[in-house]
Design a protein around this ligand. Structure first.
Ligand code: ADQ
Length: 467
């Protein structure tokens, strides 16, 4: 097998526990091939210093990073990736800022990545590019003569064709996807959107299921729902940090059932809607009021984007008013914590919570749902309330599925979850754990890479490119 080269906007040192399941899983494959992981260093520097590639050895894995200049960071990262693609791909046209300058910066950084990566490549490398920051990377690499096999995985949702078509330059963006040999999406729904887009907007010909021809190229695409490292997370649950967290929470809340939400503070996660649904639940169930506490962890994220500061204020004021209206001297209904919880402690918090509220308005997958279930005691498991608009809902059908826009419906599901009898909790949990174990992160990695290796070789040359 050729060497694996992973490219993503941010990279993680896979030897550190904070890195998370995805980094650990990628590292495992990278380790076995002596692979290379290439991405942005996270540093913004003066333009004169921005040209170097920094190397670091993490066991058998080589990490290579480049810095970005302030203007590249603003246009590529804040402007186009997180100001255009993130909102539109999460169905939020209203939040997209289509400033024309951003797309040039997006292309410039993708060209920089291609230019810096190209000399590091070996002829039989297999290249796996991750996420919306790097859609045109394969096309830029091909323009420099790269003929290696290149795959792409989109971690976030792909919206329906008419939403995609609202992006100025959407045709350029989707055309760039045809430079890959394999496209991976999180769900069947996303894959359907891709098929419909390319057939209606790009007049692509379906060659066979999951294969389309357009712009003189054929591309293969499939749904590869990402999973977690179940074994690693189970070990983390039994380790001292998580056990200590579990015991502390159990003692502190011995008279109450806990509900938990763990998210990045992002408008796609539906946090204000979740708070309003919880308030509705408290209003409608006075008898259950002081028996339930919601702990909401919202880790800081992209705070230099305006939509995020607005969200921060909205959430703070909602939590304040719920506590003001319903709190008692010895009970606050919501504990809102605007901080990241150490990964090693998270399983303890999950296990101590009777209910998890995972109610994004849109989410590519949502790994918190899978982590929460994995951390449960199978003999006395908690209940997952899951948005039907998370990619995870295609797999976790035994969750209490809700429409997060429906406040009353979500409030009713919270009530059901808190009162669900043990045998029903067990059977739902058991069924979902079967799926989570079968489609874990190793399955995801192996299945994707096997499909990339099998993807039919494409015609050489770049005459079709015209990006
Ligand atoms: P994210 O939007 O970051 O990821 P998610 O899958 O929920 O969303 O979480 C990723 C990881 O971050 C999980 O391991 C989780 O435990 C951790 N995490 C989230 N909030 C945290 C907090 N407050 N404190 C500590 N840890 C926290 C994107 C897509 C998702 C997709 C993933 C992976 O948006 O839809 O599931 O990539 O493909």
């Amino acid at each position: 097998m050729g060497r694996l080269v992973v490219v993503s906007n941010r990279i993680a040192d896979p030897r550190k526990t904070a890195a998370g399941g995805l980094a650990v899983a990628l590292a495992e494959v990278l380790n076995s091939t002596g692979g290379l992981w290439f991405g942005w260093s996270g540093k913004v520097v003066d333009s004169t210093d921005a040209d170097d590639v920094h190397f670091q050895q993490a066991g058998p894995v080589k990490l290579a990073t480049v810095d970005l200049t302030q203007v590249d960071h603003d246009d590529f990262y804040l402007g186009y990736s997180n100001g255009v693609l993130w909102p539109v791909f999460h169905y939020r046209l209203d939040l997209a800022d289509f400033d024309a300058g951003y797309i040039a910066g997006y292309r410039r950084v993708n060209q920089l990545f291609a230019r810096k990566l190209m000399p590091l490549l070996k002829p039989d490398d297999i290249i796996w590019v991750h996420d919306y920051h790097l859609i045109p990377l394969a096309a830029e690499l091909r323009a420099l003569g790269c003929e290696q096999r290149i795959g792409f995985f989109l971690h976030i949702p792909l919206p329906p064709p008419l939403l995609l078509a609202a992006i100025p330059g959407h045709d350029w963006l989707i055309r760039a996807l045809f430079a890959y040999d394999l496209l991976g999406f999180q769900s069947q729904g996303d894959l359907d959107h891709f098929g419909r887009y390319v057939e209606t907007e790009a007049h692509a010909q379906p060659v066979e299921p999951g294969r389309w021809r357009a712009f003189g190229r054929t591309v293969q695409a499939g749904a590869f729902p990402i999973g977690i490292d179940v074994e690693e997370f189970t070990q983390l649950t039994a380790a001292p940090d998580a056990v200590e967290m579990y015991e502390r929470m159990k003692n502190e809340y011995s008279r109450r059932k806990l509900l938990v939400g763990v998210d990045r503070l992002d408008y796609s996660k539906g946090l204000p809607q979740r708070m309003r649904a919880f308030r509705e639940f408290l209003e409608r169930n006075p008898e259950l009021r002081s028996s339930a506490t919601l702990i909401q962890i919202a880790s800081p994220s992209r705070e230099d984007v305006t939509a995020y500061t607005d969200l921060l204020h909205e959430l703070e004021s909602l939590c304040g008013s719920i506590n003001g209206n319903f709190g008692e001297l010895d009970w606050m209904p919501v504990r809102y914590i605007h901080r990241t919880v150490a990964r090693a402690r998270l399983p303890g918090l999950y296990r101590a919570s009777r209910v998890a509220l995972v109610t994004p308005l849109r989410d590519g997958m949502n790994l918190v749902a899978k982590e929460y279930l994995t951390a449960q005691d199978p003999e006395d498991p908690g209940v997952l309330v899951l948005s039907r608009f998370a990619g995870a809902a295609e797999q976790l059908k035994e969750a209490l599925l809700v429409n997060p826009y429906d406040r009353e419906g979500t409030a009713a599901a919270i009530g059901l979850a808190l009162q669900m009898p043990l045998d029903e909790r067990r059977s739902r949990h058991g069924a979902m754990m079967k799926t989570i174990k079968r489609f874990d992160v190793h399955w995801w990695c192996d299945t994707y890479l096997e499909a990339l290796r099998q993807a039919q070789a494409e015609e050489k040359g770049t005459s079709w490119l015209r990006l």
